[in-house]
Design a protein around this ligand. Structure first.
Ligand code: NAG
Length: 142
C-alpha cells in the first residue's frame, strides 16, 4: 500500500504536467467569398492529412495526444490563389508553438489559427469559448 503510493507520487513527480495530454488544432477558413479556394496540407511525422479544401467559414480541426517526449510537431502548408505560406502549427506542449507565449496562455491545449485575406491569426479561446486571435503571419507570394 505504502509502496504503491510512493510509486504514484514518484510517477507524478517525473511526469511533466499535461505531457500525454490531449491537444486540438483548429484552422478557421475566414477568407472572403468569391475568391480562390483555400488549400491546405497538414502533417506530422505520423499523420498526413493530405490536401484539403475546407469551405468558407469552416473549422478544419484535429486532436491528438502529445508523445511522451513532448516532441510532436504538426506543420501546415497553405495556398490561396498565388499566395502561400508554410509553418508549424504545433511544436510546443505549453504554448502550441515556440514563441507562442506572446499569443496564448501557459498550458494552452486548443491551438486556433484564423486564415484571413491579410494573413494568419493565432490564439486560443477562454473557458467561455471566446476566441482571442492575434496576427501571426502574412501571406507570401509563391
Ligand atoms: C488577447 O491576446 C493577446 C496576446 O496574448 C493579449 O495581449 C490580449 O490581452 C488578449 N486580449 C484579451 C481580451 O484577452
Amino acid at each position: 500500500m505504502i509502496s504503491s503510493l510512493v510509486k504514484i507520487l514518484f510517477l507524478l513527480f517525473i511526469m511533466p504536467f499535461n505531457i500525454n495530454g490531449e491537444y486540438e488544432v483548429h484552422i478557421l477558413n475566414n477568407l472572403p467569398p468569391n475568391t480562390p479556394m483555400l488549400q491546405l496540407h497538414c502533417a506530422s511525422a505520423d499523420d498526413d492529412f493530405g490536401h484539403q479544401y475546407p469551405d468558407l467559414g469552416k473549422d478544419y480541426s484535429w486532436s491528438f495526444k502529445d508523445n511522451f517526449f513532448g516532441s510532436t510537431l504538426y506543420f501546415c502548408h497553405f495556398w490561396w490563389g498565388f499566395k502561400q505560406n508554410v509553418f508549424d502549427v504545433f511544436n510546443d506542449a505549453r504554448y502550441c508553438i515556440h514563441g507562442g507565449d506572446k499569443f496564448v496562455p501557459y498550458d494552452t491545449t486548443k491551438c486556433i489559427y484564423g486564415v484571413q485575406e491579410d494573413g494568419f491569426y493565432f490564439g486560443t479561446e477562454n473557458f467561455m469559448g471566446k476566441q482571442n486571435l492575434t496576427k501571426y503571419a502574412d501571406w507570401l507570394s509563391s
